[in-house]
Design a binder for this molecule. Sequence first.
Ligand code: PMP
Length: 436
Amino acid sequence: MVEHKLRTATSRALYNEAREVLVDGVASALHKSPDEEYPIYIERGEGSKLFDVDGNEYIDYLAAYGPMILGYNPPAVNRAVIDQINKGTQFAAPYKQLNEVSKLLQNAIPCADMVSYQMSGTEANMLAFRLARSYTGKRKIVKFEGHYHGWSDEELVSFSSDSLKQMGPRNRPWKTVGSRGQLEDSMKNIIVIPWNDLRIVEDVVKRNGHDIAAVITEPVMCNCEPVMPQKGYLEGLRAITRKEGILLIFDEIITGFRLALGGAQEYFGVVPDLSTFGKALAAGYPLAVVAGKREIMESGVHPVGTFNANPICIEACKATLGELSKPDFYKKLERITEQIVDGVRKLGESNGITLYCDHIGSIWQIEFGISSPLIDYRDSFRVDRAMYQRFRQELLARGVRVHPTRGRQYVTSAHTAKDIDRTLEVINDAFVELRQ
Ligand code: PMP
C-alpha cells in the first residue's frame, strides 16, 4: 500500500467516513487506485488543473478518464448548460436542439447515417450488440483480449488477467468474466481472440462465420496502454467482415472526438458499420451515441431510456462540438502532446531509464521497462508496472496527476506550454528519485 507523500489528511478522513456508506468507499472502482490506502478528494477543477480538499494543486493528465478534452470547467460548455438548466432539465419529449446536434454528429462521423443516444459507453455498446444481432439474425460477437467495452455481463469478458498463464493458448484463448456475480453463461455468445493478428480473425471467421453477427474493436487499443493497430490491421478487419456479411463495430468511446472530429474512422480512413461514442462527446456530461448505417439502425431495435438525450447533455455536446470544430483545434492539441512526448523521451535518455513514450492525437503513453511498442494485451505483461506505480507517486507528490494504473494519459485543450514545461521538470525530478 502506497502512502501519499503530500498532506492529504482531509482526504483520508473523508474516505474513512465514505467506507461506512459506500461499497469500497467509492462510487466507481475507477475512483480509487488499488495501490493506495485512500483516494484524493477533489474539490474543483480549472483548465488543466485540479485542486484537492487539502489545498494541493495538480496538473492533470487523467482528464477524468477521457471526457475532459476541453479541460475542467470549460466556459463554453458551462454557459450552454446553465442556459438549459434555466429552461428545464428533462422533458421526456423531443425538442428542437436534438435535431441540430444529431445533424452535427451525422456530418462529423463517417459511418453515421443515423444516431441513437444513451447515457454511458456501456449502454451504447449493449445497444450496438443488439442492433448487430437484429440486423444479421446471427448471435455471436467477436471481441479482443484486453479491450474494454463496458461492465455488462456480455461486455466484461477477458478484459484483464493477472497472468499470461490464466489466458490459455493464444489462438484459442480461455474466456474469463471480470466480476463476481457475472453469469458464466453470458460469455456463451462471445468469442475472444488476441488483437492485431489477422490470421486469427480469418481462422475464427472460418470456424464460426455463419453465426457471427459482429466484430467489435477499439480502433486503437486504448484500454491496454494504448496499443496502435498494426499497419493494414483495421483495413484487414474491414475486408474480412465485409466479405463474410459480419458487421464491424468500432468502439470509439475513447478515440471518438479525440483523434479527429470524426474519430479513428476519420483518422485511419476505415469506416465501420456501427460505432459507439461517449466520454469526449460532451466534455464531462454523461452522453453516449451509437452511430451507424441506416439499414442497421432501422433494423427493429427501439432504444429506451428515461434519460436518453437529456437536454443538459445535448446542450453540453453542442457546445463541445462547437469548440472542437474551431480551426486547428486538433493541430494545437497534437502540438502540445508532441511537446510532452519529446520531453519525456529526452529525459528517459538523459537519466538512463528504459521507457517507451509515444502518442496518437492527444492520447499519449509512458511505459517503463520496454523500448518498443506493444502488439496486444499479452504483450503488455512486458511493462514494468511496479516502476510505473513509483513514478506515479513521485509525480503526485510534486503536483502532477497521471493515470492510476496504466501508462495512458491525455492532454486537453486547456494544457499550456508552461504546464508541459513544469510537468517535464517534475518528471525529471521523479526520474532522479527513481534512479536511486
Ligand atoms: N468502451 C471503451 C473503449 C471505454 O474506454 C469505456 C470506459 N472506459 C467504455 C466503453 C464504457 O464506457 P462507460 O464507462 O461510459 O460505461
